[in-house]
Design a protein around this ligand. Structure first.
Ligand code: NDP
Length: 262
C-alpha cells in the first residue's frame, strides 16, 4: 500500500483527498491519500519523511519551499522554481509542477489564441506564463505594482503596470491575482479591463470557488470564459498519474469528475 497527502495551510478546503481516493477506488489501486495541515514550512521535509509518505501534493504557501527541499526537480518546475507534486523514493524527493500543464489542459477548447495577457505576477502567473510560452504563445503581464514584474522582465516577458500604455490586442485574458477571491474587487482598473475584454476572445479566472467580479465582466460580453475549476481538476489528475504511474483514459477522467461533483 502506498500513502500520499496534500500539505498546506489552510488545507481543510482541498479537494485533493477526495479526487485521489476516488481514482484509487475506480482503478482498484492500493493507495490512500490524506491531508496535512503544516504550520511551519521548515518542517515540510522532516514531516514527509517521518510519516513515510510515498508522495505529496504541496499547496499554498509552500510550493517554493517544496522546490528548495527536492533532491531533483523535473520539467517546467525548474523554470518556475515551484513544486506542487513530490514523489518520495528511498528518502529522496523528486519534484514536479502540475499546475502549469493543468492550466494548458484547461484551455484546450479555446482555439486561435496568439496573444495572452496575464493579470498578476505571483506564483500562479509564473507557472502559467512559462507554460504558455513553451507552447509559443506571446505572453504579457499586467500587475498592480512593479516589484514582482522584475522577475518576468528579466525572463524577457512583456510587462505592464496600470500607468502603462496597454495595447488591446489580447486573445485570452487570465486573472491570476487573488482579487475577487473573497470580495468584489477587480484585478485591474475597470476601464482597462473593459477595453482588453472588448477585444479578447476568451477569459479565465484561476479562482475556482467564486464567480469573481472579473468573470462577471465576461458574463456581460459574448466571450467564452471559465473559472479555475478545470485547472484545479487537471493538476490533480496529472499528479495522480505521477503518483500511480498510470495514464488515465478520457472515460476514467469523466467518471472521476462526475463522482467528485466538481
Ligand atoms: P501570489 O500571492 O503569489 O500573487 C498574488 C498576485 O495578485 C500578485 O501579483 C498581487 O499583486 C496580485 N493582487 C493581489 N490582490 C490584488 C488586488 N486587490 N488587485 C490587484 N492585484 C492584486 O498568489 P498565487 O499566485 O499563489 O495565487 C493567486 C490566485 O490563484 C489565488 O486566488 C489562488 O487561489 C489561485 N490559484 C488557483 C489554482 C487552480 O488550480 N485553479 C492553483 C493555484 C492558485 P502585487 O504584486 O501588486 O501584490
Amino acid at each position: 500500500m502506498k500513502y500520499f497527502c496534500v500539505v498546506g495551510n489552510p488545507i481543510a478546503h482541498s479537494i485533493s483527498p477526495k479526487l485521489h481516493n476516488l481514482g484509487y477506488k475506480l482503478l482498484n489501486i492500493d493507495c490512500a491519500y490524506s491531508r496535512m495541515l503544516l504550520e511551519n514550512g521548515d518542517d515540510l521535509k522532516k514531516n514527509l519523511l517521518k510519516c513515510k509518505y510515498d508522495g505529496a501534493n504541496i499547496t499554498a504557501p509552500y510550493k517554493e519551499i517544496a522546490f528548495n527541499i527536492c533532491d531533483e526537480v523535473f520539467g517546467i518546475a525548474q523554470k518556475i522554481k515551484a513544486v506542487n507534486t513530490i514523489i518520495i523514493k528511498n528518502d529522496k524527493l523528486y519534484g514536479y509542477n502540475t499546475d502549469a500543464p493543468g492550466f494548458l489542459k484547461s484551455i484546450e477548447e479555446f482555439k486561435n489564441i496568439k496573444n495572452v495577457l496575464i493579470l498578476g505576477a505571483g506564483g500562479t502567473a509564473k507557472a502559467i506564463s512559462f507554460a504558455l510560452r513553451e507552447q509559443n504563445f506571446n505572453v504579457s503581464l499586467l500587475n498592480r505594482s512593479k516589484e514582482r514584474l522584475e522577475f518576468f522582465k528579466n525572463e524577457n516577458f512583456t510587462t505592464f503596470t496600470y500607468d502603462s500604455d496597454l495595447p488591446y490586442n489580447f486573445d485570452l485574458i487570465v486573472n491570476t491575482t487573488s482579487a475577487g477571491l473573497d470580495n468584489e474587487q477587480l484585478p485591474a482598473p475597470k476601464e482597462m479591463l473593459l477595453k482588453v475584454i472588448g477585444n479578447a476572445k476568451y477569459g479565465v479566472d484561476v479562482i475556482y470557488n467564486n464567480q469573481t467580479a472579473f468573470l462577471k465582466l465576461f458574463m456581460k460580453s459574448d466571450k467564452a470564459y471559465k473559472n479555475g475549476s478545470d485547472m484545479l481538476f487537471f493538476q490533480g489528475i496529472l499528479a495522480f498519474e505521477h503518483f500511480t504511474n498510470t495514464k488515465l483514459n478520457d472515460n476514467n477522467i469523466i467518471q472521476i469528475r462526475q463522482l467528485l461533483g466538481f
